[in-house]
Design a protein around this ligand. Structure first.
Ligand code: ZN
Length: 476
């Protein structure tokens, strides 16, 4: 158990300066320690790591139950393997960290720290995939990756050592790879519900897709400042990688065919997104499914009844634990108000207060972190009521976050006087108009929706009628 805060920190208001608020919250809640002497490589603190681990657990459960196998590939990739797919190397070249020596000896073939693992895995996949029977090959790993970020680093959002999830699959043909992409959308939906994170699936433009991909679908959420935060991405590679890496199989008719591949990547940014989307001026607000402590029990001690209250609070905590709830009893010798402040800052979803008056009435006082709503519930059957309350918190947090995110997207029919929010505008689909949209707005085209939104309008640049809207924003 970590030591909660005891100081009342003076935190920037979220609405005033979102970016500064984020930095302060992350720091004050002790989710990360940025004092490590390599820029962009932060230390996971116990509290931050527990949140990350909860997310990883959800990911493992989902991918294991959909027929993926967890693997773990080496960190170092030889330069010649990395260079095989031309687009890929062009996209990552400037971002990799190199290992040039083994001891005092310069290496003949330099090694790089994986920025992502295609080029580590695919030479081996070419050995694993031999016949039709080996397909589909569905794997994933959760490892750290390294990218030399030149932009300003920010905890969880832009770092140089990244806690990373990546699934890599091989399929007999394009259609089967497409089915995998659909399955990924379903998996994502279930996961995002647990994390109470709203998102949009936006297909990247050809000039912005993942290096080497046939197409890329970004998973983006919109932050209070109107900027987008990419939570992850899903890629269809077709046979773009299987050709240079020779991942081929013998078909039933004896023909050798190249596999079609997909990947799905997410990272520690999910922690950043949870902080950014749900946090408020009082600190973190954690979705119950990822909260390290779901319920904190605070005994409200009164003179003459200290022991009785302590004992009752301890019993209450045990009961919650036995029901599978992550409950913590705060027995510190400080005033209840200071405890409330600490646990609110730490984002614990539910607080149970137990005092003499509650006990006399056979009740427990319950306070929700997300809404601040306080009510009394019966002591009898408290575990069931608490579980129901956690479920309600989860649902409400997602619903509110979704409405809030939708409110940060505005449809416009001209690029003059754009709001700060993300905008949706008509686009004819031509690269020329696309670049103009980016030049005029000084923002990025995040992408086009993967589902038909029933949009009818005109391209904001050339005026051609179109049914394709484009989403434009600054990326965080
Ligand atoms: Zn146009």
């Amino acid at each position: 158990m970590y030591t909660p805060l005891t100081l009342e920190a003076d935190i920037m208001k979220k609405a005033e300066d979102f970016s500064e608020w984020y930095n302060e919250i992350v720091e004050e809640a002790n989710l990360t320690d940025k004092r490590y002497p390599v820029k962009g490589m932060n230390v996971w603190t116990p509290y931050g790591w527990k949140i990350m681990r909860a997310i990883d657990t959800h990911i493992r459960e989902e991918f294991d139950s959909t027929g993926h196998d967890e693997v773990c590939f080496p960190l170092l990739i030889p330069e010649d393997q990395f260079a095989k797919e031309k687009e890929h190397i062009k996209g990552f070249d400037a971002e990799v960290f190199w290992v040039t020596h083994a001891g005092l000896t310069p290496l003949d073939v330099k090694l790089l720290l994986r920025p992502t693992s295609e080029t580590a895995m695919y030479p081996i996949f070419s050995l694993w995939v031999r016949s039709h029977a080996d397909l589909p090959l569905k794997t994933y790993q959760i490892v750290n990756t390294f990218r030399y970020e030149t932009k300003q680093t920010r905890a969880f959002i832009r770092v140089r050592e990244i806690h990373f999830f990546e699934s890599h699959t091989c399929h007999a043909d394009f259609e089967d790879a497409e089915r995998q992409v659909s399955e990924d959308y379903d998996i994502l939906k279930r996961l995002a519900r647990k994390w109470c994170l709203p998102y949009k699936l936006l297909k990247r433009t050809d000039w912005d897709k993942f290096p080497g991909a046939a197409y890329t679908v970004g998973i983006d959420t919109v932050l209070p400042n109107g900027r987008t935060l990419q939570l992850g991405s899903i890629h269809q590679y077709r046979d773009n990688f299987s050709k240079p890496y020779e991942i081929k199989y013998e078909d039933d008719d004896g023909q050798h065919r190249y596999a079609h591949q997909t990947t799905f990547g997410m990272s520690e940014r999910l922690v950043g997104a949870v902080v950014a989307v749900h946090g408020d001026d009082k600190g973190l607000v954690l979705p119950p499914d990822i909260a390290t402590i779901q319920i904190v029990v605070v005994p409200v001690l009164a003179k003459g009844a200290t022991e009785a209250v302590s004992e009752a609070a301890s019993k209450l905590t045990d009961e919650l634990r036995q029901a599978g709830i992550r409950a913590h009893l705060d027995e510190r010798d400080i005033r209840p108000g200071a405890k409330y402040y600490d646990w609110e800052f730490k984002g614990v979803p539910l607080r149970l207060e137990l005092g003499v008056r509650d006990m006399d009435k056979g009740m427990v006082t319950v306070v929700r972190r997300d809404t601040g709503k306080k009510q009394q519930i019966s002591r009898k059957g408290v575990a069931d009521s608490a579980k129901a309350a956690l479920g309600a918190i989860s649902e409400d947090m997602l619903a509110i976050a979704q409405t809030t995110m939708d409110g940060r997207i505005e449809t416009v029919d001209t690029l003059d006087h754009l709001p700060d929010s993300m905008v949706r505008a008509g686009w004819c689909g031509s690269e020329e108009c696309g670049h103009k949209i980016e030049d005029i707005t000084q923002r990025d085209i995040i992408g086009t929706p993967i589902e038909d939104e029933g949009f009818k309008g005109l391209c904001v640049v050339c005026g051609k009628p179109t049914t394709t809207p484009v989403y434009v924003a600054k990326a965080m």
